[in-house]
Write a protein that binds this ligand. Structure first.
Ligand code: PMT
Length: 433
């Protein structure tokens, strides 16, 4: 394989004790067939020697913004990266990246790139749990970064707790998953390209920019199925049982997934306009939605059920309009099929399932129960009694609950921003499949 055909991985190393593990990540990525361009912060140099990366990576390590081999190294690295991975990502680097600072080569490269970014935090438990760190990570995740969360275990100084860098194999899997989604999977090499001082920086500079799906974002290459709107269950030819869903949240999800590079199918009950490029199927009843979703889900990597599907429908719709003169009709209801639970029971290996739980009262508890009973990966708990949230508003406020017990709050914001927060989480879940 020629050097230029290799996907370019910019490996950012920041100054934490776990920097030594970045050496292993570097070696594994080179073995996997990637062209690894390492970038260290000044602080990283206190934990691991640059000669080590020079010896293992595909090109010599770079540290400075100022003219090591190129007058504008951050744009060269940023533009030609297929993925940027930060191992370890300290609280400081996470904060600077989240706030758009670009005061060293690593953060400048992160800001200069349009490639997907994988962030692998590592720090002491107190720092990891600090609200500022969590808020900065949530910001990065909402912008599309893939976060590889730290593990719980032994930390520097003999302490135990959350914050230990994920294992190198897990990090490499996450990077390879991102490359696979963007169509830039490396071909493994038996004889990895040796790092050498003679490796030409122009080798990676001439590497092709990342191939991507529509939009080229963190969902490129994925097929995402989204549902939207409230179903309408006929009572007779003129009357229906329905709910207050406008379809805004589901449509925002479909559009955001499309912007992030996915091939999107939208099954919707509404006649809202949909941008070209999204494959729309319009349905009305729960039964029609069930048929469309089960058919379309077979080819989907991700299914997001934002639709408000009726739980009950008239057992038999009248063929003719019910006459007022005949008195108050007795309408017998029957349960509708639970589409999401069916998807959960039949899911394809690797498929990621997302549900929404529209609740009032103890929203989180009820949403967690639905997460478990419907067998999904992520449940978006939607308190539809909160001001400005839920049905028909342009804004929403949700908590993302995952199967591992993780909870991430998205405060009141636009439905577009909620969609991006959900999809950022989806990208992380896909990377872990
Ligand atoms: O459309 P908007 O006006 O923008 O409002 C957005 C919203 C409030 C509708 C949305 O954010 C939301 O919460 N959607 C889920 C509504 C809902 O049906 O919640 P639920 O708790 O009843 O259902 C839980 C999950 O099971 C949902 O993913 C639902 O799609 C699914 N379900 C429910 C019933 C059923 N028969 N089949 C299903 O698949």
């Amino acid at each position: 394989m020629s050097e230029t055909a290799r996907p370019v991985v910019v490996l950012g190393v920041s100054g934490g004790i776990a920097a030594y593990k970045a050496v292993d990540v570097c070696r594994r990525l080179v073995d996997a067939g990637a062209h690894v361009a390492p970038v260290m912060t000044e602080a990283a140099g206190r934990f691991v020697g640059r000669t080590t990366f020079d010896a293992l990576a595909s090109e010599p390590v770079q540290v400075s913004l100022w003219g090591e081999r190129s007058p504008i190294p951050h744009t060269r690295l940023g533009q030609h990266a297929d993925v940027v991975v930060v191992v370890p990502a300290t609280a400081d680097v996470i904060a600077r990246y989240a706030h758009g600072m670009a005061d060293d080569l690593l953060t400048a490269t992160l800001i200069a790139t349009r490639a997907p970014v994988v962030v692998c935090p590592a720090m002491h438990t107190e720092m990891w749990e600090h609200p500022a760190v969590q808020a900065n990570l949530a910001t990065l995740e909402s912008r599309g970064a893939v976060i590889v969360p730290p593990e719980t275990g032994r930390l520097a100084g003999g302490d135990e707790g959350a914050g230990r860098l994920a294992e190198p194999a897990v990090i490499v899997d996450a990077v390879l998953a991102v490359l696979a989604r963007t169509g830039r999977s490396p071909a493994p090499t038996a004889a990895p390209a040796p790092a050498s001082a003679t490796a030409s920086p122009s080798a990676s500079a001439s590497a092709p920019a990342s191939a991507s799906g529509e939009g080229g974002g963190d969902l490129a290459g994925l097929r995402v199925l989204v549902t939207a709107g409230g179903t309408r269950e006929p009572i007779d030819p003129v009357r229906v049982i329905t709910n207050r869903s406008s379809g805004k949240q589901g449509h925002a999800l479909a559009e955001a997934a499309y912007r992030r590079g996915a091939a999107v199918v939208l099954v919707t009950t509404t006649d809202r306009p949909v941008p070209g490029g999204i494959d729309v199927e319009r349905v009305e009843t729960a039964a029609q939605m069930e048929e469309a979703v089960l058919r379309r889900a077979q080819g989907a990597d991700v299914v997001i059920m934002a639709a408000a599907v009726a739980d009950f429908r008239p057992k038999a719709a009248a063929d003719a309009k019910l006459k007022k003169s005949a008195g108050v009709p007795e309408i017998i209801l029957e349960p509708t099929p639970d589409i999401l639970a069916t998807l959960g029971a039949r899911r394809r290996p690797g498929q990621v399932l997302v549900g929404f739980a529209a609740e009032t009262g103890d929203v989180r508890e009820q949403a967690a129960a639905k997460l478990a009973s419907k067998g999904v990966d992520l449940m978006v708990a939607n308190d539809v009694s909160a001001p400005g949230a839920g049905f028909d508003h342009d804004t929403n406020e949700v908590t993302l609950l995952d199967r591992l017990g993780g909870a991430h709050q998205v405060p009141l914001t636009t439905k577009d921003a909620v969609a991006d927060a959900v999809l950022a989480r989806v990208a992380t879940l896909v990377a872990r499949r």
